[in-house]
Design a protein around this ligand. Structure first.
Ligand SMILES: C[S@@+](CC[C@H](N)C(=O)[O-])C[C@H]1O[C@@H](n2cnc3c(N)ncnc32)[C@H](O)[C@@H]1O
Length: 280
C-alpha cells in the first residue's frame, strides 16, 4: 500500500555543524548508509552506467561530510583514476582526514559550501561528467525537484541518485533504529526521510522531457530507491568535459572557462526503459 510523499524539516538541517547532536546524527547517517548499502549501490550504478565515460569530474550534491562519496571512490578509483570530485553541501563539514583519504586514492577534492540551488545556478552547462546524490533529494518538494533535476540535466551526462524507499515497512524499520544505537535526532531523521522518499517512477516523472536521456528507476536492496539518467547520445569528443573543476564554484572565484557549452539537443521525449519495479 502506497502513501503520499511528506516533506518535513529535518533537524540536522537546523543544528549548527558543531552541535553534539548534529555530530551524532551525522554518525547515524553514515550507519544508515551502511545498513542501506548505499555506497555499494551507488558505485555499482556508476560502474554500470558510466562504463565508457571515463569521467574526469563528479559533483556530489548534498554530500554532507563526504564519507559516502569516499566509500564510493574506494570502489571506483582503480578503474576511474584522476577524478576530481566536488563535494557540494550547504554545510562546510569535510574533514582534513577525508580529504587526505581521497588524495590517497588520487582523487582531487573540491568543496562548495553553498545552497544547492545557488551552486547549480552558477555551474556552467555540460561542465561535469557525472552528478551523484545520496539521501539528499528527499529534502525537496516536487516543484523544487523539477528545477533541481533540470539543472542537473544541463550540467552532466550521467546522474545517479540514491534515496530512501518510501514504504511503510521502511518507516517502521526506521522507528526501531534506536535499538542499534541511533540517537533521537538520528531516528527522527530516518523516519522523516523515509516518509519523504521515493517509489515507482516518481523521479523519472520529474526529469525534464527535453533531450535524449535513458532513465532507470527502481527499488534496490531492502531500503533504497535508485534513479539513473544517462544522456543517450554522447557529446562529440571536442565537446566533452576536459576540465578538472566545475566552471564556477560560488565563493571560490571563477575558474578558467575550459569547457565549451553543450550543443543544443533536439527535443525528444525521454526514453524510459521500464525495469522491474521491485517495490515492496
Ligand atoms: C542526510 S544528509 C546526506 C549526506 C550525504 N549525502 C551522505 O549520504 O552521507 C543531507 C545533507 O544535505 C545537506 N543539505 C540540505 N539542504 C541543502 C541545500 N539546500 N543545499 C545544499 N545542501 C543541503 C545537509 O547539510 C546534509 O549534509
Amino acid at each position: 500500500m502506497s502513501f503520499p510523499r511528506r516533506v518535513e524539516p529535518e533537524l540536522l538541517d537546523q543544528l549548527s555543524a558543531d552541535d553534539p547532536r548534529a555530530i551524532r546524527a551525522r554518525r547515524d547517517v553514515r550507519r544508515a548508509n551502511t545498513l542501506m548499502m548505499n555506497a555499494r549501490i551507488m558505485a555499482a550504478a556508476l560502474a554500470e552506467h558510466g562504463a565508457g565515460l571515463k569521467p574526469r569530474t563528479i559533483v556530489d550534491l548534498g554530500s554532507g561530510d563526504g564519507q559516502l562519496m569516499l566509500r564510493v571512490a574506494r570502489r571506483l578509483a582503480p578503474r576511474w583514476p584522476d577524478v576530481t570530485v566536488v563535494l557540494q553541501d550547504k554545510q562546510d563539514i569535510v574533514s582534513g582526514a577525508t580529504r587526505e583519504a581521497f588524495a590517497a586514492l588520487r582523487w582531487r577534492v573540491e568543496t562548495s559550501a553553498t545552497d544547492v540551488f545557488d551552486f547549480l545556478a552558477n555551474a556552467r552547462p555540460s561542465s561535469v561528467d557525472v552528478v551523484t546524490s545520496n539521501l539528499f533529494l528527499h529534502h525537496f518538494v516536487d516543484d523544487q525537484l523539477v528545477r533541481l533535476l533540470a539543472s542537473v540535466a544541463q550540467l552532466a551526462r550521467l546522474a545517479v541518485v540514491c534515496e530512501p524507499r518510501r514504504a511503510r515497512y521502511v518507516v517502521r524499520a526506521s522507528r526501531l533504529l534506536w535499538a542499534v544505537g541511533f540517537s533521537n535526532v538520528g531516528v527522527h531523521e530516518a523516519v522523516v526521510s523515509a516518509r519523504a522518499g521515493f517509489r515507482g517512477k516518481e523521479l523519472s516523472a520529474l526529469w525534464p522531457t527535453q533531450g535524449d536521456w535513458e532513465l532507470h528507476e527502481q527499488a534496490v536492496g531492502l531500503f533504497s530507491h535508485c534513479f539513473i539518467a544517462r544522456r543517450a547520445s554522447p557529446l562529440p569528443i571536442g565537446e566533452r568535459s576536459e576540465c578538472a573543476r566545475v566552471a564556477h564554484i560560488p565563493g571560490e572565484g571563477a575558474a578558467e572557462p575550459t569547457v565549451r557549452p553543450a550543443p543544443p539537443h533536439p527535443d525528444r521525449a525521454s526514453a524510459i526503459r521500464p525495469l522491474p519495479d521491485g517495490e515492496r
